[in-house]
Design a protein around this ligand. Structure first.
Ligand code: COI
Length: 356
């Protein structure tokens, strides 16, 4: 029984659902969405599930001008026995509130967020796809809605959740992608908002991403903004390298997003007794490891792609091919285990999966 009264208004005009075998990431949206408003003095109020559709905002709403907004991303999976499960939703609510705090947005009660998501999924349960490799991508977010052009925290917000059935994030799937090491632009700096899941970080990444794509690369490898030397992230994902038997990932330093898949991969590797290091890792160390034949595997981790192997790094005029451009053994093992747990096809020793 829900502790919070979430009103539910169902659509009278359900949409045809897209072909599950041809889902494109982020293109189709389910029939309903969740909205809750915030007003200073009143707090969060009026939680409701309503038909998916346009919202009306004042053109002066602060989100349009100063980017006071944060978002989350998680997935729901349909199991073989037709249940719907989520992967570590508590971690998303914790991160949502860390991001809220950094952007001076009032916290959202994790209990209300979870109940909101359950109510929304319940109404749109048929939208959780079942074809192999598909899932329902869940996008919770907060926007600042006060119509006021002064640079100050908004006094009004909306917390919303939308749902989209998705296939693979990258058309390459688990096939390795070539990556361009970005030397002109940076994604974030320590003390900035790099560790918050906020729109500006993604807007800041587009120019470099466009440049890399024009050169034939799928993503960029981000270096730190101060020394332009230490590895931070790959595209919109955290990044892991297997160097001489040890798995190394950049330590969380304030400019790196604390990925939930990153955290899960680290837990898994440690449970397998594979040596793991969270530390500073320079591009020079990677180049050197490659030269000595010790750079064995590289992969990105994120909610959308889960694991995305890196087949080659383009750095200055060099192309460093990794594992002959093939998907590595460890990348496959991690991918199979995490997706197996997510879909309840494997045991869940860590208690990560939550049925809704
Ligand atoms: C992820 O890798 O899960 C992301 O954050 C990508 C998302 C922005 C589409």
């Amino acid at each position: 029984m829900s502790k919070h009264t979430i009103s539910i208004t169902k659509t009278t005009n359900p949409k045809p659902r897209p072909d599950e075998n041809n889902l494109v990431f982020g293109k189709y949206y389910s029939d309903h969405m969740f909205i809750m408003d915030y007003d200073a003095g009143q707090g969060w109020h009026d939680p409701r599930v309503v038909p998916y559709g346009n919202i009306s905002l004042d053109p002066a709403a602060k989100v349009f001008h100063y980017g006071q907004t944060i978002f989350e991303g998680l997935k729901a999976y349909r199991t073989d026995d037709n249940r719907v499960v989520l992967f570590r939703p508590d971690e998303n609510w914790k991160r949502l509130n860390r991001s809220n705090d950094r952007l001076s947005i009032p916290a959202v009660d994790p209990e209300i967020a979870f109940e909101a998501l359950c109510a929304l999924i319940d109404v749109d349960r048929e939208w959780v796809p079942s074809a192999p490799g598909t899932s329902l991508y869940i996008r919770p977010y907060v926007i600042a809605t006060e119509p006021q052009l002064g640079v100050s925290p908004s006094t009004k917000y909306m917390f919303m959740i939308i749902l989209c059935p998705v296939g693979a994030y990258y058309s390459e799937g688990l096939n390795p992608v070539p990556i361009h090491v970005e030397s002109e632009y940076v994604r974030a700096v320590k003390g900035g908002v790099g560790n918050a899941k906020t729109a500006g970080n993604y807007a800041a990444s587009l120019k470099a991403q466009e440049g890399a794509a024009a050169l034939g690369y799928s993503q960029v490898l981000w270096l730190d903004g101060v020394h332009r030397k230490y590895i931070e992230e790959v595209g919109s994902m955290n990044v892991f390298f297997k160097i001489n038997g040890t798995v190394v990932t950049p330590a969380l330093n304030g400019s790196i997003l604390e990925g939930i898949t990153r955290k899960s991969v680290l837990q898994l590797l440690r449970s397998w007794n594979i040596p793991v290091e969270e530390r500073e890792l320079s591009i020079d160390e990677l180049v050197e490891a490659h030269r000595n034949g010790k750079l064995e595997e590289a992969f990105g981790t994120g909610t959308a792609a889960v694991i995305s192997p890196i087949g080659a790094l383009h750095y200055q005029d060099e192309k460093l091919t990794i594992n002959e451009g093939k998907t590595g053994e460890l990348s496959s093992r991690v991918y199979d285990t995490i997706t197996g747990i997510q879909r309840t096809e494997l045991p869940d020793p860590f208690g990560w999966v939550v049925e809704v």
